[in-house]
Design a protein around this ligand. Structure first.
Ligand SMILES: Cc1cc2nc3c(=O)[nH]c(=O)nc-3n(C[C@H](O)[C@H](O)[C@H](O)COP(=O)(O)OP(=O)(O)OC[C@H]3O[C@@H](n4cnc5c(N)ncnc54)[C@H](O)[C@@H]3O)c2cc1C
Length: 415
């Protein structure tokens, strides 16, 4: 038998966008149901960066101290080593207190914390192992979703349905919304290696001899990402794991002693990098946020942050509408349109910046980026241009183009 649930807002997807939206809406007293297809939040690496604007948000929600108690590391700058020359590309210490750094913590731990916080609200329901499949329509308006669960089918009716089910969003597809794809020339191969015995300074990007390796410092290990030309993973597999280990060691020689820990290609996950976004984020009764509306590249690690910013903006716009006009359909649709108006430009600007970064990386993998020792023009860029750019980049990367804060009066006292 089909189980029926009724709510004000039904959110498909319990990732950063869905859980944060659910939490803030519930804290505002709005009845919310979040459907998450997995049984918990523990899954493959999907990015661990928590940017200063998200750290500020955690403080606003009163969970900053609990988040800080999760095992994490803090990065106060993003350094790159290009053909042997170390450059400080982004310096977060130029940002104001209390969070002049990016935190790296397991995404599943943070989501578990936020979901627990949300569950403390009587207006919040999280249904795990519930896969949203398609929307329910009535008179040309979306009025909820159908989902399959381990206990059988479920039907959730809602005044607003939010697709926060990620870059392969099934709900977005069922709404007939198709994102515009901006071709990306690179893929990333993610894997981890233990930290070498000789301490290595925190370095985000290593570029050498036309190859680029990201090394994200984590307690006890490095989360690494090798940037490759799109579609060339099979070539790496064909060349074998020993050749792969050799490639890693040649880009980051300090990792040579630990590359043997990459046992086989089972330890290496392919991320097909995408940049896309919807032309229209909503239809009457339903809205897409986070990766469902705009898949971000891992460049600058802002995907999680941008998904969360959508969630905050949604709450800031929707809650006043619900409080003044109830579940009036026109008011809800106007809130969806307003959300898109607010978030489309910062998203487009960040995606533009990511595309420029891809072009630079692509160029870097074809020839010399920086001479060692640097030539006169390069010395000028390093000594004069970069120091002026650093604080600007810190703001853009740390906060995004339009940072969101929960508006005054939205949150009710914490349960
Ligand atoms: C390998 C990898 C590395 C990345 N690295 C970084 C990084 O370092 N920093 C960064 O900021 N971003 C990174 N990203 C991007 C980042 O993960 C996303 O931008 C961000 O998670 C988007 O959040 P979201 O909530 O919109 O979607 P997601 O995080 O994708 O969450 C969607 C949720 O919906 C659930 N779901 C999916 N389909 C359904 C359905 N039909 N019904 C119910 N639930 C469903 C999923 O299980 C998931 O929990 C990375 C991504 C990948 C894949």
């Amino acid at each position: 038998m089909t189980q029926q649930l009724e709510t004000t807002v039904c959110i498909a997807g319990g990732g950063p966008a869905g859980i944060v939206a659910g939490l803030i809406l519930a804290r505002a007293g709005v009845d919310v149901v979040v459907l998450e297809k997995h049984a918990d939040f523990l899954r493959d690496f999907r990015g661990d960066t928590v940017h200063p604007s998200t750290l500020n948000l955690l403080d606003q929600l009163g969970v900053g101290a609990q988040a800080k108690a999760i095992e994490h590391s803090e990065l106060s700058s993003l350094d790159a080593v290009i053909d042997g020359i170390r450059l400080k590309a982004v310096d977060f210490t130029t940002l104001p207190a209390p969070h002049p750094y990016v935190t790296l913590m397991p995404q599943w731990d943070l989501l578990t914390l936020l979901a627990e916080e949300a569950r403390a609200q009587s207006s919040f329901r999280l249904v795990l192992e519930a896969t949203a499949q398609s929307e329910i329509q009535e008179n040309g308006r979306v009025v909820g979703v159908k989902a399959s669960t381990s206990d059988g089918p479920i039907r959730v009716t809602a005044a607003l349905t939010v697709a926060a089910d990620g870059r392969d969003s099934a709900v977005r597809d069922s709404l007939g919304l198709v994102p515009h794809d901006y071709g990306v020339p690179i893929d990333v191969l993610w894997f981890r290696v233990p930290r070498p015995t000789k301490p290595m300074p925190d370095t985000l990007a290593n570029i050498r001899g036309g190859s680029a390796l990201v090394t994200i410092p984590r307690p006890g290990y490095f989360q690494c990402g090798l940037l490759i030309r799109k579609g060339t993973f099979p070539e790496f597999q064909k060349a074998g794991i020993e050749a792969f280990r050799h490639t890693i060691a040649s880009i980051a020689p300090r990792l040579t002693e630990v590359t043997a820990e990459i046992g086989s290609f089972d330890d290496v996950k392919l991320l097909s990098v995408q940049i896309n976004r919807l032309h229209k984020w909503w239809v009457p009764g339903a809205l897409c946020i986070g990766d469902a509306a705009h898949a971000m590249s891992p460049a600058f690690g802002v995907g999680i942050n941008y998904a969360i910013q959508d969630a905050v903006a949604l709450a800031n716009i929707l809650v006043p509408a619900l409080r003044t006009k109830g579940t009036d359909a026109a008011a809800i649709d106007e809130a969806c349109a307003a959300l898109q108006r607010r978030r489309a430009l910062p998203t487009a600007l960040m995606q533009r910046m990511q595309r420029v970064a891809h072009r630079l990386i692509n160029r870097a993998t074809r020839g010399v980026v920086l001479h060692n020792p640097p030539q006169l023009r390069e010395r000028f860029v390093i000594a004069v241009v970069l120091p002026r750019l650093r604080p600007i980049l810190a703001r853009i990367v740390g906060y995004g183009f339009r940072p969101e804060r929960i508006a005054r009066g939205i949150l009710r006292p914490r349960a």
